[in-house]
Design a protein around this ligand. Structure first.
Ligand SMILES: Nc1ncnc2c1ncn2[C@@H]1O[C@H](COP(=O)(O)OP(=O)(O)O)[C@@H](O)[C@H]1O
Ligand SMILES: [Mg+2]
Length: 460
């Protein structure tokens, strides 16, 4: 489109310019040869005509009123009638001048302009005037093949350039669309797979810039989802296992009672007591599970209020003292008055309760448990220290995991579910705090809870 427009413009420019030049040339020649026709001798007129024709690199002819050739710079048409449309326009229609470009066939061109292998020729005709008025016409046969040739080559060049540009643009567009769409196609394919449940697929992290970042972030998200999925499955299978154990032992006791109807009354009584105990365990596990999952969903946001942590610590210790005394354990507390923060009363109570409960459970009769509260810069720190059985190094990083127990048998004996510390850690984390443990087997453990005193709980 643009190419043809542009060649059109070039075409018009060149032909118009040539038309103007040729028309001007014939006009000035007419002014010279009009009077000469009347006065000059024919040999000298012939010579001047040939000279002018040579300097124009064309052919000149002088015609009389009837269109008959009187003089011809080629000297071949003399006496003949010239049947050119331009001659007709000037001599018959009375126009002053006429100009036309033609493609009459090679033979004619050769005969008219003397050029071989040329397709184009132009005729410029102008009336001749002498003192009596119009006496005939001058014909200029102009060789325009050269101009047409260069026009053609310009046109070919332009079209070639435009085709090349169009090809380049097309390739660029294809390339760009590949570069841009491939990562997006990959991403959406991966998303569809993940949507169908395959959480292990990842997007290739290729390219650069925003698309790469998108892929990376997507993969991070996918990895987290996969982890979450795995730990959920793990949690469900652990939970089922924990629930099955008490059920299985209750079933054994029940079957024994069914198949031995003559069982002694006191044995039956003992079985019933054991079953009651197992039911308590089941209830405990389920209560803990509910606490954990409720915090997971955050449906249970923190219930923030101003807390007097000093008073809370003393109160919890007071509640647990009778149990400690039963096992002749010493329960000491060191909590200076007036330390407080914003927090959730029930949850922080449970944190301390669980830690002291553990310390008592995993400390032999007659042991000592020390509870302390202190301020350290912007933090409040709880420490629960015991001189009990301690925790082996390799277990220390796992005790906060759900259902993890160092000594399963002992924990079950004491009624533990293995969920206590994971609940504690969740609650501390919800308050923006941290929990850590130091322990040496056989010598005791120390749990440290660090809480930000300005109480910026996540759920607040
Ligand atoms: N003070 C402690 N001394 C020794 N071991 C402890 C102490 N506290 C916790 N543990 C270990 O960590 C495990 C996980 O504790 P927890 O989650 O409270 O479960 P549970 O008390 O129900 O067994 C316990 O089974 C025990 O092995
Ligand atoms: Mg516990």
């Amino acid at each position: 489109m643009a190419a043809t427009n542009l060649t059109g413009v070039v075409n018009n420019y060149l032909t118009e310019q040539r038309t103007r030049e040729d028309t001007q040339a014939v006009e000035s020649l007419a002014a010279v040869f009009g009077p000469l026709m009347q006065t000059a001798e024919s040999p000298s007129l012939n010579i001047r005509l040939r000279e002018s024709a040579d300097s124009l690199d064309g052919r000149l002819m002088l015609l009389d009123q009837d269109g008959k050739v009187q003089y011809d710079s080629f000297n071949t048409f003399c006496g003949q009638r010239l049947q050119l449309p331009e001659v007709l326009r000037v001599l018959s229609l009375g126009e002053m001048s006429a100009y036309g470009m033609h493609r009459p066939g090679r033979e004619t061109v050769n005969r008219m302009s003397g050029e071989a292998e040329a397709d184009y020729v132009a005729y410029g005709v102008h009336e001749l005037l002498d003192s009596r008025g119009r006496s005939g016409a001058i014909v200029y046969v102009s060789r325009i093949q050269g101009m047409m040739d260069s026009l053609r080559s310009v046109r070919i060049q332009l079209i070639t350039v435009f085709i090349l540009i169009a090809l380049a643009a097309l390739m660029l567009a294809l390339f760009l669309s590949r570069v841009l769409t491939t990562p997006i196609v990959n991403l959406s394919r991966t998303m569809r797979k993940m949507g169908k449940g395959d959480l292990s697929v990842r997007v290739p992290e290729k390219g650069s810039g925003e698309l790469r970042q998108l892929a990376e972030n997507y993969n991070i998200m996918a990895a987290q989802l996969e982890n979450l999925d795995k730990s959920r499955n793990q949690f469900v299978s652990n939970a089922s296992h924990e629930l099955k154990t008490p059920l299985a032992s209750m079933k054994i006791m029940l079957e024994t009672m069914i198949y031995q109807p003559e069982m002694p009354a006191e044995m039956r009584q003992e079985f019933m007591g054991d079953m009651n105990h197992e039911i308590d365990r089941l209830t405990g596990i389920i209560t803990d599970l509910l606490t954990l999952t409720r915090m997971d969903n955050r449906s249970d946001a923190l219930n923030l209020e101003d807390l007097d942590l000093s008073a809370m610590t003393a109160e919890t210790v007071r509640l647990l003292t009778p149990a400690a005394e039963k096992r002749s354990q010493r329960l000491e507390v060191n909590a200076p008055a007036g330390l407080g923060m914003r927090g959730d009363r029930t949850k922080l109570n449970q944190v301390l309760y669980n830690l002291i409960d553990n310390a008592m459970k995993y400390t032999q009769d007659g042991g000592t448990i020390r509870v302390s509260l202190e301020r350290d810069g912007g933090n409040l720190i709880w420490r629960v220290r015991d001189n009990g059985v301690g925790i082996p190094k390799e277990d220390q990083e796992h005790i906060f995991d759900r259902f993890y127990r160092v000594d399963k048998a002992r924990s079950r004996e004491t009624g533990g579910t293995g969920l206590g510390l994971s609940i504690v850690r969740q609650m501390v984390t919800l308050h923006g705090g941290q929990i850590s443990v130091e322990s040496e087997p056989g010598r005791g453990s120390c749990f440290t809870v660090t809480l930000p005193a300005n109480g910026k709980g996540e759920g607040a």
